[in-house]
Ligand binder design. Sequence first.
Ligand SMILES: Nc1ncnc2c1ncn2[C@@H]1O[C@H](COP(=O)(O)OP(=O)(O)O[C@H]2O[C@H](CO)[C@@H](O)[C@H](O)[C@H]2O)[C@@H](O)[C@H]1O
Length: 583
Amino acid sequence: MALRVAYSSHPASIQSYESPLRRYHDLELSKWEKLIVLSLTPTTDDFKKEIVLPTGITKDLISFEEEQTKTKSKYNVVFVTSEAAPYSKTGGLGDVCGSLPIALAARGHRIMVLSPRYLNGSRDKNYSSAKNLEMNINLSCFGGEQEVAFFHEYRAGVDWVFVDHPSYHRPGSLYGDEHGTFGDNQFRFTLLCHAACEAPLVLPLGGYTYGENCLFIVNDWHASLVPALLGAKYRPHGVYKDARSILVIHNLAHQGVEPAITYEKLGLPPEWYGALEWIYPTWARKHAHDTGATVNMLKGAIVTADRILTVSQGYAWEITTPEGGQGLNELLSSRGCILDGITNGIDVDVWNPASDKLIPFNYSVDDLSGKSLCKAALQKDLGLAVRPECPLIGFIGRLDYQKGTDLILSAMPELLKDDVQFIMLGSGDPATEQSMRLTESSYSDKFRGWVGYNETISHQVTAGCDILLMPSRFEPCGLNQLYAMRYGTVPVVHCTGGLRDTVQTFDPFADGDGCGTGWAFSPFSMESMLLALQTAIGTYKEHKFWWEGLMNRGMSKNYTWDNAAAKYEQIMEWALMDLPYTG
Ligand SMILES: Nc1ncnc2c1ncn2[C@@H]1O[C@H](COP(=O)(O)OP(=O)(O)O[C@H]2O[C@H](CO)[C@@H](O)[C@H](O)[C@H]2O)[C@@H](O)[C@H]1O
């Protein structure tokens, strides 16, 4: 008889095989004829050679298999997220939680997405089809009872459920306003997590509740309390015995860290404090009486979730290293056997140059004439010279340290010596916004800084530019480079995380007509970024044939969510193979 064990096959997990296999000691491994180790990706020979086995287990017992991803079972899945497009979005998390659930529903699963009902003026109309379920409940956290309501819309095969509470109704963005981040975000998202745990039990969606037998997919720190609540608040009472939770890390930089004193407000028993406890190193403490003790919501989920996913294989490895682990690398390495990476897909209906209503001209890989017209329209709208031969370079994103916007702005004097035009769209850090305005006033014939969040402009920049620049310091997956390639815009990216996994550097001499879809530069420096940009600009200006090849290959890639959804299914199946976390 064969025992099947599912574990990550990423090279970083080599050492981590030891601990999961040790768990199976109780099953007296020697009595099994075969031990089949399953993985999401093909297992390399190096991996097989280096695998560390617990004493008593020999290599001849083990064989490796890449799991065939096909729908085997149907699951009840509950996504918990602070944003889901088109209802709420500040970045890529909203995109993913707006489209992955639809792809999973199309594969036959019953899917609920639970997020706050933000009323802040900007997107309020997006909730207009969601009806109040008239199922208000009281939740106990932060020292009192909080009444929440649930709104519901069934769309594209998915139950979109919105938690309604006065703390989600305020001007500004989802997480803050012009004065900074909201001071009560820990409360707002603790409430979301409590509501998420109750929703499958109480909401009769389409006549039936989801029930206890469900899988929670919890996204980033905002949803990170769910796995601990399942283990501490429900399982001791026999509820959610067969449920599992999968943490998806979209960005490790945001962990939801608050003073240790707030732990008692979260609705968890004192003995679970260790799961969330996070002690800052001495050098990071502010004063002599600072003990460094905090609660870290994301860390809590890394400890208590049944599986952990990131949004690319590359980032799954990076977060186990001191350089990419944001202080959590050792913990993540210790959980390496349940850690995997699945590259995001994109919503190919929203991001389709052939039918996009937000761009002035449509086009496809078979007829690119509309792209030149989009470029001319963008140059005109921005007040730049309408010059088809001048490369137009774009950047779209949050103005944040992560995105390397400081590198872009400091490289401008050098880059703009060349005959190029540059459009930078983004909002966030006020100092960077100010630098964009200053750069525009110094280089008014070549540079435009569009400060703000604007979806129409982002589609027009994606379609109208020739090159999209993404010099992110780290990038868990990145969506803009995927959108760009689909729109025939060639990405120049820092070779990190998901950017490394999705952008292949151009090689004109490979495979006859060349291969690659852009340029991935390394190291993270102004010199190497400029070199990559100058190579791209030179190719654009002097090698039209090669450029068309780059555009064609990018536009012809498969970006649908279907591949990724199949892999998520695999992870759900594996989560159910193991016992749930019980503390
Ligand atoms: N000013 C603006 N106007 C209009 N649109 C704007 C905009 N600024 C950003 N956007 C949009 O927001 C999204 C950003 O997505 P990204 O994946 O590139 O980054 P983000 O860091 O938010 O996401 C995190 O989560 C996602 C999802 O997993 C990961 O891909 C990523 O690496 C990780 O950092 C894109 O749809 C982009 O067009």
